[in-house]
Design a protein around this ligand. Structure first.
Ligand code: FAD
Length: 461
């Protein structure tokens, strides 16, 4: 089994020859730091809207090296954060509904661009299933459905499937029921990142790789190869943000780890079902997420080691054996038919989590400094919407997008160390213990341990 090497997705796609570094100091209209989905979408839409703009993207490694080339491939309309927190913005609850509708439209927009630009990322819009694997998970699922209905989500947004209805789509051991939403698509993440980078370059974006930005200031971005002077500077570094000077406590680099099986035999797929390419998640506190890949594997992820001291990062994505064992156990428990299937690869990456778990898209017109991120694990579709929104903000467009409640949303800083480390590790220790207790006890009530975890984290529901 491969471990690390960035991700299975990149190994399957094949790494591209590295693009050149920034050759020398230069001027641009917009300089974007980071070539993940956020930076690439922002650059792509800026150039498409105004081909006369000079847009320079600086990337420390290569386009799609970060979470964008390592994720679970859920192009999901899930809100990155809490409705009640976004509802405190000037547009109130209507603004939240507008943001949720914009995210649903974004799932289709990603598919449209893939089609128009010939990006073969295995995009299939099969929806998403959230299964309940214990009575406590079933109770949370029902509570979630009640909240969604109270916000006005109808059957077209989310519906309940009982055990039999779920079994018509997929056989998950011990699943009592599921929520189904059609607003989610599957992609091969690295193929999306690679195709998007090519589309941006084709549109005229100047993308420099192996160029680490060492400092960002109004009007100027510094690198070891020279500076880029630009009226607008957009920081699109999500989970890596803490490496930049002065930004260590801005976004917590939360780890997420994945495993992928070898292609499964037809006999195994006959037992599992899963013919509709739905994305799959559960209702555990330390939740799992999975996809059936285009070539008939299961790729499954979960939290792993949640956080490294002092916002540390593990660049190449190597996963601890204990995490591989945890994820394999989830795979075998949910799908006993996979017990004899081999694992092909394990890897991990970091996503950016703000202190209130709500994403932000911000541009200060006075300084020209902007950023987007903090999607808290829901960044694949959200980064497209954020990129389009940054493009509108830079161009001074008074579009609907720039009125959405995450625009200009402000965060508190994370606690200094060792509090940050202790807080995140206690949180996930409590959540894992709560998950074990809930499964063993078979009681429908959420474990009190999880409630303590929610209090520590302030994770919104
Ligand atoms: C394992 C995993 C699974 C996930 N699964 C899902 C999922 O299924 N669905 C979903 O919606 N979200 C998922 N996410 C989250 C999602 O992938 C991210 O939110 C999203 O990709 C963030 O994109 P980004 O462009 O903002 O950041 P990134 O993709 O992390 O890109 C940031 C880029 O900035 C570069 N960079 C950093 N510092 C510098 C610097 N100083 N100079 C120059 N460049 C720099 C990095 O090299 C990197 O390429 C997952 C994340 C992980 C890690």
């Amino acid at each position: 089994m491969h471990n690390g090497d960035v991700s299975f997705w990149w190994r399957q796609r094949g790494l591209l020859p590295r693009r050149p570094s920034l050759p020398a100091s230069t001027d641009a209209d917009v300089c974007i730091v980071g070539a993940g989905y956020t930076g690439l979408w922002a650059a792509y839409y800026l150039k498409r809207a105004d081909p006369g703009l000079r847009v320079v993207v600086l990337e420390a490694a290569f386009a799609g090296f970060g979470a964008s080339g390592r994720n679970g491939g859920w192009v999901t309309a899930a809100l990155p954060g809490s409705r009640s927190k976004y509802a405190k913005g000037p547009r109130g609850a209507d603004g939240v509904r507008a943001l949720e509708q914009a995210l649903r439209d974004t799932v289709d927009e990603v598919g449209r661009v893939c089609k128009d630009e010939g990006i073969e990322a295995g995009y299939v819009k099969g929806g998403v299933l959230n299964v309940a694997c214990s009575p406590a998970q079933a109770a949370r699922l029902n509570a979630r459905l009640d909240r969604d209905r109270a916000w006005g989500d109808g059957e077209d947004v989310v519906s309940y499937l009982n055990q039999d209805q779920l079994a018509q789509r997929m056989n998950v051991a011990d699943a009592a029921g599921a929520l189904y939403s059609p607003h989610c698509a599957r992609v091969q993440p690295a193929k999306l990142a690679a195709g998007l980078a090519e589309a941006a370059v084709k549109a005229g974006v100047e993308l420099f790789e192996a160029t680490t930005v060492t400092a960002i200031a109004a009007g100027q971005v510094s690198t070891p190869f020279g500076a880029v002077r630009a009226r607008y500077v957009l920081r699109c570094t999500e989970g890596f943000t803490g490496r930049l000077p002065g930004l260590r406590r801005k976004l917590l680099p939360m780890n997420s780890a994945m495993i992928v099986t070898e292609p499964l035999s037809d006999a195994i797929w006959d037992q599992i079902g899963w013919g509709g390419c739905e994305l799959l998640g559960d209702e555990a506190h330390a939740y799992m997420y999975a996809q059936r890949t285009a070539d008939g594997r299961i790729a499954l992820g979960g939290r792993g080691i949640p956080y490294r001291y002092a916002s540390g990062l593990d660049d190449r994505g190597a996963v601890a054996p204990a995490t591989v064992a945890q994820l394999t156990d989830i795979l075998h428990t949910m799908f006993p038919a996979t017990a004899s299937a081999g694992l092909a690869h394990a890897w991990c990456g970091v996503l950016g989590v703000p202190r209130d778990w709500c994403a932000s898209v911000t541009l200060d017109p006075a300084t020209g400094l902007g950023f987007a991120g903090g999607y808290s694990g829901h960044g694949v579709a959200a980064s497209n919407l954020a990129g389009r929104t940054l493009a509108d903000l830079v161009r001074g467009e008074r579009s609907e997008l720039v009125t959405l409640p995450w625009v200009g949303h402000r965060w508190q800083a994370w606690e200094p160390e060792p509090l940050r480390w202790a807080g995140v590790h206690s949180l996930y220790t409590l959540y894992r213990a709560a998950d074990r207790l809930e499964t063993r006890s078979g009681k429908p009530a959420t474990s009190p341990l999880a409630r303590v975890g929610d209090l520590i984290s302030g994770i919104p529901h």
